[in-house]
Ligand binder design. Structure first.
Ligand code: FES
Length: 146
């Protein structure tokens, strides 16, 4: 009898976890692109805005990038000198940048990024360029490490 009540609860929990993962994926995609992907809810004006390039200022250089790219990808595309010893795997911290203005132009920081940044840098609002996705205009400073 006890097995009959435990099994449905496990299924319900598994279902809730799966639904939560799907919901988080959709929310991230909408935040990144500004577009809901279901054809019934696509707004043509929002879709056009999402396709427009976003301006990033790296120090004294301003570059245009596709929305949803990471700061590291943007730096590589435009020959900005930004180190990335782990290749963008969120483990070395060498791609750390300081956010000078408009931090809202980047995706939210995730727990792995905070861990790799360390408490002081995270508290200052620094970001790892390999993890921060560009959602809108932003101004960053690349520290001179060497
Ligand atoms: S490139 Fe290593 S943490 Fe970003």
């Amino acid at each position: 009898m006890a097995d009959r009540t435990v099994l449905p609860l496990r299924l319900i929990r598994a279902g809730l976890r799966a639904a939560s993962r799907v919901g988080a994926g959709v929310a991230d995609r909408v935040a990144r692109t500004g577009v809901a992907t279901h054809p019934a809810v696509v707004d043509p004006q929002a879709a056009a805005t999402a396709r427009r390039p976003v301006m990033i200022r790296f120090g004294d250089r301003e570059v245009a990038v596709e929305r949803g790219r990471t700061l590291l990808e943007a730096a590589r595309e435009h020959d900005v000198d930004l180190r990335s010893y782990c290749g963008g795997n969120c483990s070395c911290g060498t791609c750390r940048v300081e956010i000078v203005a408009r931090p809202e132009g980047l995706s939210r920081r995730q727990s792995m990024e905070e861990f790799a940044l360390g408490m002081d840098a995270a508290r200052r609002g620094d970001r790892l360029a390999c993890q921060a996705e560009v959602l809108g205009p932003v101004e960053v400073r690349v520290p001179d490490w060497f």
